[in-house]
Design a protein around this ligand. Sequence first.
Ligand code: URA
Length: 232
Amino acid sequence: MRLDKYLANATDYSRAEIKKQIKAGEVTVGGSIASNPAQAVDENSDVILHGASVSQPRPRYFMLYKPAGYVSVTKDSEHPTAIDLLVDEPRSEQLQIAGRLDLDATGLLLITDDGQWNHALTSPKSQCNKTYRVQLAEPLADAEKVARKFADGVWLNNEKRRTQPAQLKMHSATEAELTISEGKYHQVKRMFAAMGNRVTALHRERIGAIVLDTDMEPGDYRPLTEEEINNV
Ligand code: URA
């Protein structure tokens, strides 16, 4: 990694500010004053800024209970973002959301600054199961038939393939639990719309092996455990 990126990652300085510090002779690498911001360094390099050793921060992983009314992108001109709820975290601008939820949806969002982990979780190849609690506008007619259709895969408008097999469980005539392994745009809402119904509330409970804590309130977040990070 470039020296200026290494330092910007690990401190509150921007790359431009770091370049100025390098120019001013405030940075040493392996005991020698650095002059080239592009100098290659890694986590084993002895990098010192203003006389203090600088190491790369450990990657961070959080579960957040997303409230309704927050968007799952890092910047938005109209609505608050899920990342705004973690604004007290240092370097919050480096955090990314692993898998979106609609503006009106609630529940489990995973947030990290580990791009590889994010990709492994959200790439279409990962086929990671996600479980949603769904409130329907109308009692679901012929739930067993719908469950079979979802298990076989349904055609959604403007899609080239059927949806992957999904598991439907009904908790009452209007309360469903649906587990899907993909993340097509508005997928759960569109699957129920294809059955002639409408989703009035959507809450994500689980992503892979990670389950939203039942004692969390909307807006709460916590770091993931090692086990959760490794077993997602
Ligand atoms: N399916 C939806 O329709 N919306 C979401 O936010 C997630 C899955």
